[in-house]
Design a protein around this ligand. Structure first.
Ligand code: ADP
Ligand code: MG
Length: 729
């Protein structure tokens, strides 16, 4: 075996679980130990300041700058007591990661010494040197400056020695350069629109929250094996590698016993996550070998997004302490399942859940139906946009690969909810009203009060499935920032709810009773949004044909899917809801196209290097041995016999010659194709060129490399193979 490969496999194989330092306290006691949460605010802030800050956090009251100094002082006191020496504004630039720049708490004290210092000004706003974050041209044309501004709705926390303050990141001219600013705007828009609609049913409702419970899938690979794979190291996925003889076909990994080294990692991760206030709850093996999942209890959407970003960073860190590397890429291995990040999404009021079908009172049920139907409408109208919100160069490998939802957005409702909707659709208002009870609001639709939506009625092939009290947006990529999907979904629903209210109000003004008006509009919507409803098998080819007939977005080229952001109805929706301006959308798309190109470009380079530095030399070396053998056969045996005995080797020699020639030619052609693509000015056209020419070229090259892997002497092969990456743990 190639010496390096042999050594790393052996080392990985011998590793044992690391012993985890379990805190003496119970989880409930160390939960949020490193978070400046309400409990600590209460302890460290003057009571008036505390009350004002809580009003900002709970009710979205405007932030009174005059309290900033006192909040900063309280935060600093707590943080320094906890051993923190630095602080940072922590934000989500458009890179899919988080950004931070640490500053020490120290300042000159004016007497030649130093003092710990952290003012309200530093807490509220900073000006990070932001020129190297992606901005889609916004800052080049105006000012190079960008500001980060405190988001009080997500609590500050300590990582190592640094107090991290969640912030938004905006340009000097006000355009958002991050995920959080538009997310907060979308959440505000949906809050306002949903509260207005709730008032049809309950005038007491003051606030509507969007909730998010993400499920994070990931792979673990031994770090030695990882280091021996330049593709994993540089792109997060394997660009070559033949299927291992066994992978997931026995279905023996899903929910199986967790391997001890992995269990130790999970335990360690959970302890660290809990200390940071992330309410992790579920862990299990996933479908593919060495694939796992982690899920917390759902939280308010903004906080959940922050927590997901934080946990991804934490996973990377903790994995290293256990000799692992965590792979968050959507498709690290060809031929086995990829990883997603299911976004369980729902709405709730300050008085209860909205997407829950409790079957207690008819009003609650009509309210439930109202929100379900409006959600379906929003998803229907913006299905292309929602797809764009989850699309990326990396997620493209997973969607439509018969393991994840297809690249078509549809919604699964299950038998019972489908029946309820068709019942409403088919019955005239008169009939429904006739069924109603005595008092005005006591609508009695017999089917609805019985509503017990069965949680077990599942469809794993649906990208947007109703699962009892929430929708599960399953098409989100494992590596993505959840905010992208959550911005699109919540903003689209906000727009939809505003229009719903306008339509209902118009009918009420014409004299229709409220319930009749609500039902009339709902009935109309059920008819309109029918094309989005699909309970069948999303993996089937029939569905692809059917979806196209229904007019759903079936585009599969990621750069073209991004066009959805700049379609007239998307721009109108984002502008009406105040979430993003046309200019911001254009800038973001520039970033998306650029990112797409860069990712494929890096992969193509790495594949070229692998082909030239690993594959061809090793294959040629083996071929030389075979040739040598053929010559020696000739010396040993009479010509005819030698030819017969060498037939197989001659075939192999030829096959290696053919395949390496193909690989070399195509690597050269791919380099030329890149040169052509790189000259294209427009980011969109460039990304399309990469998609149309480079991606297929990589596939072809890989095909021959993987075939070589099967015939070349195992001892010479330098790259750890799938069986080692997936089964050594
Ligand atoms: P499954 O794998 O069966 O879908 P999990 O237990 O792994 O279920 O994950 C379900 C996720 O959905 C959890 O994060 C959970 O907190 C979340 N969730 C449950 N109810 C809601 C809700 N009403 N709104 C948002 N998320 C929810
Ligand atoms: Mg799920």
């Amino acid at each position: 075996m190639s010496k390096l490969r042999f050594r790393v496999v052996e080392t990985a194989f011998k590793k044992r679980a690391v012993e985890v330092q379990v805190p003496k306290e119970r989880p409930s006691e160390y939960f949020a130990k490193y978070v400046f949460n309400k409990e600590k605010m209460f302890r460290y802030l003057p009571s008036k300041v505390y009350a004002k800050l809580i009003d900002v956090i709970d009710n979205g009251a405007p932030l009174d700058r005059s309290i900033a100094d006192e909040v900063a002082a309280g935060m600093k006191k707590w943080a320094t007591e906890m051993g923190a020496t630095h602080y940072t504004h922590w934000f989500h630039p458009l890179t899919e990661g988080t950004a931070e720049k640490h500053d020490a708490f120290v300042e000159h004290d004016g007497k030649g010494g130093m003092m710990e210092e952290f003012t309200g000004k530093l807490l509220v706003q900073q000006e990070p040197d932001a020129s190297s974050f992606p901005n889609g041209g916004i800052r080049n044309t105006f000012e190079a400056r960008g500001y980060s501004a405190w988001d009080p709705s997500s609590p500050a926390f300590i990582v190592d020695d640094t107090l991290c303050i969640p912030t938004i990141f905006v340009a000097y001219t006000g355009e958002s350069l991050d995920y959080k600013a538009p997310l907060l705007k979308a959440l505000r828009a949906v809050d306002k629109a949903a509260v207005d609609v709730c008032h049809y049913f309950d005038p007491e409702v003051k606030k509507v929250f969007a909730y998010l419970g993400w499920e994070q899938e990931y792979f673990l690979v031994d770090e030695g094996l990882y280091a021996a794979r330049p593709d994993l190291l540089l792109t997060g996925r394997t660009l070559t590698g033949h299927d291992s003889a066994k992978n997931q076909q026995l279905e023996d990994h899903y929910f199986g016993a967790i391997p001890p080294r992995v269990a130790a990692f999970m335990k360690d991760l959970e302890i660290e996550a809990l200390k940071l206030g992330i309410p992790v709850k579920t862990r299990h093996n996933e479908v593919a070998p060495n694939q796992f999942e982690l899920a917390p209890i759902f939280e308010e959407c903004n906080l959940a997004v922050d927590h997901n970003m934080l946990i991804m960073a934490l996973m990377r860190k903790v994995a290293r302490n256990h000799g692992f590397r965590v792979l968050l890429h959507e498709k690290p291995f060809k031929g086995v399942n990829g990883s997603g990040k299911h976004n369980n999404w729902s709405l709730g009021t300050d008085t209860g859940v909205l997407l829950h079908a409790p079957g207690k009172t008819p009003e609650e049920n009509l309210r439930f139906i109202t929100f379900v139907v409006n959600t379906l409408m929003a998803v229907y109208r913006h299905n292309g946009l929602l797809k764009a919100s989850i699309s990326s160069a990396t997620n493209a490998h997973r969607l439509g690969a018969n393991e994840a939802p297809p690249a078509i957005i549809s919604s699964f409702l299950g038998k019972q909810l489908s029946q309820v909707l068709s019942h409403i659709e088919e019955n005239t208002t008169d009939e429904l009203i006739a069924l109603s009870g005595k008092q005005g609001m006591k609508l009695d639709i017999p089917q609805i009060p019985e509503l017990m939506i069965d949680n077990t009625d599942r469809n794993r092939t649906s990208p947007f499935a109703f699962t009892g009290n929430r929708f599960e947006f399953r098409a989100v990529g494992s590596e993505a920032n959840c905010a992208s999907a959550m911005i699109a979904l919540n903003a689209a629903l906000a727009e939809q709810l505003v229009e719903f209210k306008q339509e209902v109000d118009a009918l009420i003004e014409k004299g229709e009773p409220k319930i009749t008006a609500l039902l009339d509009v709902i009935r109309k919507y059920i008819k309109i949004c029918k094309p989005i409803h699909f309970d069948g098998n999303g993996y089937s080819d029939e569905w692809k044909a059917e979806a196209a007939r229904r007019g759903l977005d079936c585009e599969t080229s990621v750069p073209v899917i991004f066009d959805n952001y700049l379609k007239a109805d998307s721009i109108a929706m984002f502008e009406k809801t105040g979430v993003m301006t046309h200019k911001e959308l254009e800038a973001r798309n520039e970033v998306k196209w650029e990112m797409y190109t860069k990712k494929i470009q890096i992969e193509a380079r790495v594949l070229g290097d692998l082909a030239m530095n690993h594959i061809i030399p090793v294959a040629t070396q083996y071929q030389t041995e075979l040739i040598d053998n053929v010559y020696k056969m000739k010396e040993l045996f009479p010509a005819e016999k030698a030819a017969k005995l060498s037939a197989k080797n001659l075939e192999l020699i030829e096959e290696i010659a053919d395949r390496t020639a193909f690989i070399k030619e195509h690597v050269d052609a791919m380099i030329e194709a890149r040169k052509v693509a790189n000259k294209i000015e427009s980011e969109r056209e460039k990304a399309i060129a990469y998609h149309d020419t480079i991606v297929p070229a990589m596939e072809e090259i890989r095909y021959h490399i993987d075939k070589l892997e099967l015939i070349v002497d195992n001892q010479m092969w330098t790259l750890p193979k799938y069986r080692e990456l997936l089964f050594v743990r």
